[in-house]
Design a protein around this ligand. Sequence first.
Ligand code: PBG
Length: 340
Amino acid sequence: MNSHSTLGPAPASTPAAAPLHRPRRLRRTPQLRRLTAETQVNANNLIQPLFLREGITEPREIPSMPGVYQHTRDSLRKAAAEAVAAGVGGVMLFGIPKDKDERGSGAVDPDGILQTALRDVTAEVGDATVVIGDINLDEYTTHGHTGVLGADGDVDNDASVLLYARAAVVQADAGAHIVAPSGMMDGQVRHIRAALDEAGHHNVAILGYSAKYASHFYGPFRDAVESSLQGNRRTYQQYPGNIRESLREVDLDLAEGADMVMVKPALAYLDIVRLIADRVDVPVSAYQVSGEYSMIEAAAERGWIDRDGTVLESLTAIHRAGASQIITYWATEFAPRVGR
Ligand code: PBG
């Protein structure tokens, strides 16, 4: 008698060799994978950085960031409208002045290039998205540092925060919903909050670039803003090997009145994103910076990596690590392809 007739075909593996648990059951179909996905990036959480360059008549592609442009006033308005149509949660604006000086005067000029960008973008898209201004002097100074230099050649902390406070007010006057101080000067959030409140801008929020590392991943951004940085930023940005220093910076920013905090760069610092996300009660943002963008674009251009898959994976990983918002140069392009 053939046992197959009653018991069916013999199992390919003996029962002893069969796994007791089979996690693959839930990965078997796209529907099962979708149902069991734990986290998913949402277009509402993506923020698109945009650059306005003073005095150009055609948009200029940034050589080290293919697909990213220094905009004219016209093309900036279009880019902002496209970002909104794509469903991004916010845009973060940067200005590149035609002329730089020692003190970064363009940053505090009510008619400076970033203020023009903020006015144009808020006129174009109104309240359809969140408009964020970056507060810093590095785009505006001849030496490329984040603040004004003291007699010792290092950035003068206390003189610089006074300029940030003025920059915050002119940005808020120009329509910024959020201002984002990125200079890593001590006490910057406190000064900015006080100045905004005094000017009647108590509803303008502050996104602190709280845990900002002295990173080589910012390289292409220097191209984007035509920075001629002399030296490095290690007296004010953090050493990449530090963890607790980030917690301290975040605590200080929150004590000074920050409404949101940021970790920057993103991919190489996901442990920091997770640590901070577990610790604070405010939204935690992560900035997927220029070098992260350029590395993927460059490898994809050579056919060494699947561009779209890698971009989506990187965004998912940053989100999974605990970032509520992701600032990314791919925001407009990828917003329609992630959830909403
Ligand atoms: C400061 C600022 C920088 C970036 C965002 N804001 C440059 C820096 O701190 O050196 C870097 C962003 C990027 O690399 O994409 N204005």
